[in-house]
Design a protein around this ligand. Sequence first.
Ligand code: SAM
Length: 275
Amino acid sequence: MAGKLYLVPTPIGNLGDISRRAAEILEAVDFIAAEDTRVTVKLLNHLGLRKPMVAYHRHNCETAGPAVLRRIEAGEGCALVTDAGTPAISDPGEDLVALCAAAGVEVEAIPGPCALTVALSVSGLPTGRFTFEGFLPQNKKNRRAQLDALADEERTMVFYEAPHKLRSTLDDLAAVFGPERPLAVCRELTKLHEEVLRLTIGEAAERYAAQEPRGEFVLVVGGRPPREKAADEEGALARAEQLRREGLSLKDAAARAAEEFGVKRRQLYNQMLGK
Ligand code: SAM
C-alpha cells in the first residue's frame, strides 16, 4: 500500500458502527497509529484482524509524529485511529494531519462516527449553523473568558465535557447564557445507556445537582435568539432627516433609517412627506 495517512473513524460506543470501508483500510494498511493500543486491539479482535501498531497520543505525539511520518514517506500506509470517533476531532490526531500535510504526504479521511455530529443531529436544536467548541479550558478564569466571548453567539453551540466537570460547566453555562436557554444533554451516545435530555440549562443544572453525572457527554446549547429591533419612530425620523441633509434622496434616507431603527419604511417615508 502506497505511503499515505488514512484517518479511520472508530465507533463511539456501538461496535456495529465500524464501516466496511474503515475495516478494509485497517486490513490493508502496513501499520496502525493508535491513541491506546489496548483499546484498538479490542476493535481489531472484533474484526478478526491482526496488525502492527504504534502508540500515538497526547503525551508522545512530538516524537511519535515524526516517526510515523518517516515511515509513511518511506512508502508505508498508516491508519490513524483514536479511542473512539473521528481522528483529529478534539484529539492529538490534528497534529499528525498537520505534520503530514506540511510534508506533502497524502492524507485521506474516511467518514464515520463522531460524537459531535451524532449529538448535533439528535439535539432537536437548529443545525443549519453551529459552532463546535470542543472541550472548555480547565482553568476557571479561561473557561469563563471563553464562554463570555460566546454570550452573543446566535448559532447552536456544541461542547464536549467530562463527567466530573459537568456540574461546574452547567453552572457556568447558566451564568453566561441564562438558565432558560435550551440545551440537549447527549449522554453515552450509541451505547446501552444512551440518553438525550432536551431541557433548559437551569433544569439540567438542577437534575445533575441531585444525580452524579456518569458516562460521556456532549452538550448542545441553543444560540441566542436574534434581538428584536426596538422600533424607535422618533429616532428614525431624526436620522432620516440627518441623512437627507447629508445628500441622500428622500427614498434612500427613509430606507436606511427604517432599517437602522426597525420601523416601517413606507410609514417613515410618508412621515417625511408630512402625510
Ligand atoms: N474524536 C472523537 C469524536 O470524533 O467525537 C472525540 C474525542 S474526545 C477526546 C472525547 C469526548 O467526545 C468525550 O469526552 C465526550 O465529550 C465525547 N464523546 C465521545 N464518545 C461519546 C459518546 N458515546 N457519547 C457522548 N459523548 C461522547
